[in-house]
Ligand binder design. Structure first.
Ligand SMILES: NC(=O)C1=CN([C@@H]2O[C@H](COP(=O)(O)OP(=O)(O)OC[C@H]3O[C@@H](n4cnc5c(N)ncnc54)[C@H](O)[C@@H]3O)[C@@H](O)[C@H]2O)C=CC1
Ligand SMILES: O=C([O-])CC(=O)C(=O)O
Length: 329
């Protein structure tokens, strides 16, 4: 392994997603088996001790790819020289918290982190925001980083994408590997729209194979959109391993490209495609080539889809306007 190691910063490293994510990064699944990695764990001071425990276990795993593990309690050091940043740590909503309070609390995290990325990350920095509300947190971080191209800030809807694949597989008895071109549009929230009108199941149009609009509207869409809440209800804790797996998939696709004839979903800054206002970080069907996301163009959007895309985008516009009013962007 003669390549220069890639610096990967993970925030919220001592949390439950962090625990599922770090070992997969260190084993080479994020970037490739031949890519050496230096892990930079960023935590709040109270959680540094727990992060130290995770770092001990990473060392004990003797991963051939893992060159170093360092722990930081401040963004400036945590993001210094970062090539990839996974922003997982966030302020969760607690009982009685107003939406404005949640957005402010997260502004206090993602603003300074965006600034630290702006000031100290490597020129090729790529950022994935996982911490909720992920799309708007990514917008806050991006706007605090005026020297970094906006397209380097993305938010995770790959878990929603994978959940949609899982549900289609269960419904049709088709392996996930034979299901392509599923799309998540909009926000990583209950308003998201999982779209199967362009998807293919074993090479045939998914909507035609399923041929059941009632199932689509009343079963599939709410199951995918509310899956996070269902996991919390069942497990007593939010999705962790599947969220970590989706973060691995997102960065792997971004860096190493997407296969011919398929696409994935990622929340990226809109260029105005499909009527989504420019600049908001919304989920689209995307391909990646040479380390750059591109929105899949030219898809016909029927009325069923249009209404649902517009509703989720309206929520993103509301969130953007709220953080603007709070002076966070
Ligand atoms: N986009 C998506 O699809 C998904 C997003 N999520 C979100 O991911 C986030 C993390 O989830 P979990 O790991 O389960 O939470 P967790 O509560 O287990 O861990 C969060 C960690 O972040 C740390 N943290 C908080 N503020 C920080 C800061 N300013 N800098 C660095 N670290 C900080 C905490 O100390 C804690 O260790 C949550 O916001 C959750 O809602 C979860 C699942 C899916
Ligand atoms: O609500 C949460 O914290 C978990 C979440 O985003 C999901 O599972 O999609």
């Amino acid at each position: 392994m003669t390549r220069t190691p890639v610096n990967v910063t993970v925030t919220g490293a001592a949390g439950q997603i962090g625990y599922a994510l770090l070992f997969r990064i260190a084993s080479g699944q994020l970037l490739g088996k031949d890519v050496p990695v230096k892990l930079r764990l960023l935590e709040i001071p109270q959680a540094v001790k727990a992060a130290e425990g995770t770092a001990m276990e990473l060392i004990d795993s003797a991963f051939p790819n893992l060159v170093a593990v360092d722990i930081f309690d401040n963004p400036a050091d945590g993001f210094a020289g970062a090539n990839v940043a996974l922003l997982v740590g966030a302020r969760p909503r607690t009982a009685g918290m107003e939406r404005g309070d949640l957005l402010s609390a997260n502004g206090g995290i993602f603003g300074p982190q965006g600034k630290a990325i702006n000031d100290g990350a490597a020129d090729d920095i790529r950022v994935l925001v996982v911490g909720n509300p992920a799309n708007t947190n990514a917008l806050i971080a991006a706007s605090a980083a005026p020297d970094v191209p906006a397209e380097r800030f993305t938010a995770m809807t790959r878990l929603d994408h994978n959940r949609a694949l899982g549900q289609l597989s269960l419904k049709t008895g088709t392996p996930v590997s034979e299901i392509t071109k599923v799309t998540i549009w909009g926000n990583h929230s209950a308003t998201q729209y999982p779209d199967i009108f362009h998807a293919e199941i074993a090479g045939k149009n998914a909507a035609e194979v399923i041929n059941d609009e009632a199932w689509l509207a009343n079963d599939f869409i709410p199951t995918v959109a509310k899956r996070g809440a269902a996991i919390i209800e069942a497990r007593g804790a939010s999705s962790a391993a599947s969220a970590a797996s989706a973060a691995i998939d997102h960065v792997h696709s971004w860096v190493n490209g997407t296969p011919e004839g398929d696409w994935v979903s990622a929340a990226i800054p809109s260029d105005g495609s499909y009527g989504v206002p420019e600049g908001i970080i919304s989920s689209f069907p995307v391909t990646s080539k040479d380390g750059k996301w591109e929105i899949v163009q030219g898809l016909e959007i029927n009325d069923f889809s249009r209404t649902r895309i517009d509703a989720s985008v309206a929520e993103l516009i509301e969130e953007r306007d709220a953080v603007k009013a709070l002076g966070l962007i």
